[in-house]
Design a protein around this ligand. Structure first.
Ligand code: AP5
Ligand code: MG
Length: 209
């Protein structure tokens, strides 16, 4: 099953995609994680993307589309995948239609104030992509999955979060209409607890939670 997760920054796309990919045994393709890894490794793409990410803006479509096209051509995507953070603009969605067939689009719906609270307390593992919230770490500073030191993302600073939310509403929110028009959109309340949100997505996908 080829699935897209849509939703604003902090909606829980990464958190839920990781759980659902584990359950369905399909890869999670997070464009944010791919770009952050590229920045950490100092690649040409990373150098190009860094200033956009740090400012809370989207990296140019032509940069990200080729990355996703190449990633989806890899063997592990043959039985399905979750796209987490792509597409984010109508041109990205139109490009995706030329090299992939999407079965379902899950939109996680969460109010802006809740998002700001979530992002200010988020800690992430750059090595394996695991995501935590300070409220669940009890002072722990290392990743429970791989032992790497957890960090706060540069773009989780308050002022950058606000610009990411603006960018989401202006450039990404129109995608809900795009996928609604194709009959693929499923809207889920992402403000429920982690487990309830997970169960709601699995039910929508027709899988056992
Ligand atoms: P990206 O990394 O994709 O960031 P984002 O879309 O802003 O989304 P987030 O990762 O911030 O949020 P999330 O929905 O994954 O929430 P999470 O699960 O972590 O992109 C970063 C940047 O890269 C972009 O700004 C852009 O510059 C660039 N980029 C990436 N893709 C691009 C593209 N296609 N085109 C152009 N540019 C692109 O959860 C957040 C927090 O909430 C965590 O602490 C979590 O523990 C907590 N939480 C989650 N669910 C719940 C719940 N149900 N209850 C309580 N807490 C919860
Ligand atoms: Mg994420």
């Amino acid at each position: 099953m080829n699935i897209i997760f849509l939703g604003p920054p902090g909606a829980g796309k990464g958190t839920q995609a990781q759980k659902i990919c584990d359950a369905l045994n399909i890869p999670q393709i997070s464009t944010g994680d791919i770009l952050r890894r590229a920045i950490k490794e100092g690649t040409e793409t990373g150098l190009r993307a860094k200033s956009y990410i740090d400012a809370g803006k989207l990296v140019p479509d032509e940069v990200i589309i080729d990355i996703v096209k190449e990633r989806l051509a890899m063997a592990d995507c043959a039985n399905g995948y979750i796209l987490d953070g792509f597409p984010r603009t109508v041109p990205q969605a139109e490009a995706l239609d030329t090299f992939a067939t999407i079965d379902s689009v899950i939109e996680l719906d969460v109010a802006d104030q809740v998002l700001v609270d979530r992002l200010s307390g988020r800690r992430v593992c750059l090595k394996c992509g695991a995501t935590y919230h300070l409220s669940m770490l009890n002072g722990e500073t290392k990743c429970a999955k791989c032992g790497e030191e957890l960090i706060q993302r540069n773009d989780d600073k308050a002022e950058t979060v606000l610009s990411r939310l603006e960018v989401y509403h202006a450039q990404t929110a129109p995608l809900t209409g795009y996928y609604e028009g194709k009959g693929l959109l499923h809207k889920i309340d992402g403000a429920q607890g982690l487990e309830n949100t997970y169960a709601a997505i699995m039910k929508e996908l027709g899988a056992q939670a």
